[in-house]
Design a binder for this molecule. Sequence first.
Ligand SMILES: [Mg+2]
Length: 180
Amino acid sequence: MKLLILDLDNTVRRPKSGAKFISTPDDQEIIPGSARAIAHYKSQGFLIVGATNQGGVAAGHKQLEDAIQEQYQTLRLCPEIWCIYFCPDYEGQFCWFCTLDPEEISTPIHLGWAANYQGSFRKPGAGMLNAAIENGLGSKNPEHQILFVGDRDEDKGAAEAANVNFLWASDWWESGAANL
Ligand SMILES: [Mg+2]
C-alpha cells in the first residue's frame, strides 16, 4: 500500500494572479513540476491526497465556504488527488475532508472518526497526516510506503511528528521530471 500526502500551497498549486496567497477559489493553477510528479507517483500506484493548513480562514482572509470551494477547484484541476484534508484554525481543532469521489461525502471529520486527532490537525502537528493515513491505508504499518511532500518547515515538522518520510517540494518536482 502506497500513500503520497501532499502539502498544497507552493507544493502543488499557486495563485494564478501572482498574488502571495490564494484568496478566491479560482485564483489557482497547478505548478508544472507538481503535475509531472503527481503523474509519476500515480503510475507507481500511490494513493494521492492533500493536507493543507488554511489559517486564512481563522485570520479572516477567506470564508470557510471559500476554503472548501478552493479545495474542490484543486481536485478538479488535479483529478489524481483523491481527497484533501484542511485545517482552518490555529489551534488544530478542526479538520475538513473534501473529495469529488461520488462514493464519498465531503464532511468535517474533527468530531467524527478523526476526533482522536483534535488539537493536532494544524501542521506541524501530525493530525492531518495521521487522519490521511488512517483513512487511506487503515493503519500505520511498516509495510506501507508513506511519503509527505511540502515546502515549509511546518511540513517537515508534521512528517516528523507523524513519523513518515518527508521530501522537499523542489526535490519531488525533479523526481517527476527524472522519470519522464
Ligand atoms: Mg506550502
